[in-house]
Design a protein around this ligand. Structure first.
Ligand code: SF4
Ligand code: SF4
Length: 130
């Protein structure tokens, strides 16, 4: 079952561990060495946001993120809410939200994100059976 309803919320505000300077530095090094890296894409297409700017784009999500989170917007999000670089989007986009890790209680980008069903089934349906 496709859980993503393509609302685009997880692309309106992005958060990654790396600060803008780190993204640029990793992108430069990996590009120089010919190593594929999400940071090369990020350096080209992700742009820093202040907390207030991010809040205006997705208040639901930003309220749930740590105060020191690195926040970005992506210039590849189309006005229709779809990714304009779908075929070449980085791994960090492809893996959202679980990244091949177990389902866990975490801040999803939208209150109607379909992946909330995974959390419900993990914590309400499966866990009592364990
Ligand atoms: S927030 Fe959830 S439902 Fe919306 S686009 Fe992202 S993954 Fe899909
Ligand atoms: S590259 Fe596409 S999937 Fe990734 S953040 Fe940008 S719009 Fe979203």
């Amino acid at each position: 079952m496709e859980l993503c309803n393509k609302c685009g919320a997880c692309c309106r505000v992005l958060t990654v561990e790396q600060a803008p300077q780190e993204i640029q530095a990793i992108a430069s090094v990996t590009k120089l060495l010919g190593i594929p890296s999400d940071m090369i894409f990020a350096a080209q297409h992700w742009h820093p946001l202040s907390r207030e700017e991010a809040r205006q784009r997705n208040p639901f999500y930003v309220e749930r993120l740590p105060a020191d989170a690195n926040l970005y917007w992506c210039d590849q999000l189309g006005s229709d809410g779809l990714c304009m670089s779908h075929q070449t989007r980085p791994l960090v986009c492809r893996g959202y939200p679980w990244y091949d890790q177990p389902v866990r209680d975490m801040a999803l980008a939208d209150q109607d994100c379909g992946y909330a069903l995974d959390i419900v089934s993990e914590y309400v349906i499966r866990r009592p059976e364990m």
